[in-house]
Every structure is written in structure tokens, then in C-alpha cells.
Design a protein around this ligand. Structure first.
Ligand SMILES: [Zn+2]
Ligand SMILES: [Zn+2]
Length: 242
């Protein structure tokens, strides 16, 4: 047993790990920090889903196709995929991570990425991972950017370079959570700047964020990167609203 394994067992003995969602010490899943019940309640997105935005369809007999919304709207991304639905245990986990600095959630995200994905993304095909940036002021308020943490997890797992400085948020906007529909689009319009166009030119990019709601923020990021010369942009989030 290595020293770090001995230390980690000692820490577990002194501070027994608990489920990050419900606090239970029972039936904790190995390498996960989530109990079996909470893990079972994570709604992983499976086929059939929209080939563009990844929205799951209700009837399981359908094939993957474009959803009604994607048939009508313009998107600068080619495909967006989410690991799970933004509800239940996954929502609690992301919320705790983002607003209560529950960084141990990273362990669960890593576990879910390894064991529960059912999307068709091949992470290794991307030239760059670009996290959706926060404005400097919001970064100071929150202390960290959750999208950077997630993108860093993907960088380590899939050995794809992480480019955190190629896209900047230059306009401080109210949180999207407070807005609906078109107001979200207006809120983020021209809020980003490609600060290093040479680094993204002709690149296949995976934009990374924690949650996808209407897609307005990610789409604006993609528009900015496309204008700077990126060749293809896809999106990946841990959870999407359905
Ligand atoms: Zn639990
Ligand atoms: Zn769609």
C-alpha cells in the first residue's frame, strides 16, 4: 500500500465519507461519494435524443432526430450533449458544488463520466476544450469557475488541451437564472470576446459548462469562437434542463 493510500484510509477513518447529496453513510458507492440510492436517482440521458441539442425524447421507441426547437433556431454549435437531466440528485450535487463550494463533487462527476455516460461524444477528437468563462467580477464573487473545474476533469481524463484564456466574458450580465427565453439571448449578446483568435482558428472545439438551460450562453460563446475562425464547436454539460 502506498503512502497516499494509507493517508487516505486514515482520513476516511477519522472523517468517514458521507453521500454528498443526502448525507447518508450507508451504501456509499465505491469511488463516488454518493450513496447507491442517490446514484440510482441520477437521470442519465439515453437515446433517443435530439441529434443537435441532446434533449431526450419521451417515447423510447423513437429514433434520434432533430427536436422541433432545433428545426427552427440557428445554432453555432454542431452537437450538444449532456450527461444527465438537471433534476434530483444531479441538480443537488451541481448546486452544492457551485454555490456551497462542495468541491468533493468532482469525485462524483469523475465517476459519472467514467461509468454512466451514454452520449455519442468522442472527447479525444477535439483539438481544444474551452470552458464557458465567467466575468472577472463574478469570478471574484464565486472564487472559482465551475466550467473550468469540469473542463479540467475532462483534460485529465481524455488528454485534450484546455484553453481557458481564448474566450473572455467582457460584459458583466445578470445571472441567466433570473431571466426567461429571449431575455436570456439579449442578456448574453456580445458578452464574450475571443482574446486569442490564432489559438482557435481551424480548431475543433468542445465548449464545456455545468448546466444547459436554453443554450443561449453556450450559443453566444460558439458564435464568438466561430467568428474568430474555429471550424467546429460542440458543447458538453454535466446536466441539461428538460
Ligand atoms: Zn445519498
Ligand atoms: Zn434539439
Amino acid at each position: 500500500m502506498s503512502l497516499s493510500e494509507i493517508l487516505s484510509q486514515a482520513v476516511d477513518f477519522l472523517f468517514p465519507p458521507v453521500c454528498l447529496v443526502c448525507g447518508s453513510r450507508e451504501t456509499l458507492t465505491r469511488n463516488c461519494l454518493m450513496c447507491e440510492q442517490c446514484l440510482a436517482s441520477v437521470a442519465i440521458i439515453t437515446h433517443p435524443y435530439c441529434t443537435h441539442c441532446g434533449r431526450p425524447f419521451v417515447t423510447e421507441t423513437e429514433r434520434d432526430h432533430l427536436c422541433g426547437e432545433c428545426l427552427e433556431r440557428r445554432s453555432y454549435m454542431t452537437a450538444i450533449r449532456a450527461l444527465g437531466k438537471y433534476e434530483g440528485a444531479l441538480e443537488t450535487l451541481i448546486h452544492g458544488f457551485k454555490y456551497r463550494q462542495q468541491f468533493a463533487a468532482k469525485t462524483v462527476f469523475g465517476f459519472l463520466l467514467d461509468n454512466c455516460r451514454s452520449d455519442d461524444l468522442d472527447f479525444c477528437r477535439y483539438d481544444l476544450l474551452v470552458p464557458v468563462p465567467l466575468h472577472k467580477k463574478r469570478l471574484r464573487e464565486r472564487g472559482f469557475n465551475q466550467a473550468v473545474v469540469l473542463a479540467d476533469l475532462l483534460r485529465k481524463k481524455y488528454k485534450v488541451p484546455l484553453a481557458r484564456a481564448v474566450l473572455q466574458r467582457t460584459v458583466y450580465t445578470p445571472p441567466q437564472v433570473q431571466l426567461r427565453g429571449d431575455a436570456r439571448k439579449k442578456n448574453v449578446r456580445r458578452a464574450f470576446k475571443a482574446s486569442d483568435p490564432a489559438a482557435v482558428r481551424n480548431k475543433t472545439i468542445l465548449l464545456v459548462d455545468d448546466v444547459y438551460t436554453t443554450g443561449a450562453t453556450m450559443n453566444e460563446c460558439a458564435r464568438t469562437l466561430k467568428q474568430a475562425g474555429a471550424s467546429r464547436i460542440d458543447g458538453f454539460v454535466m446536466a441539461r434542463a428538460v
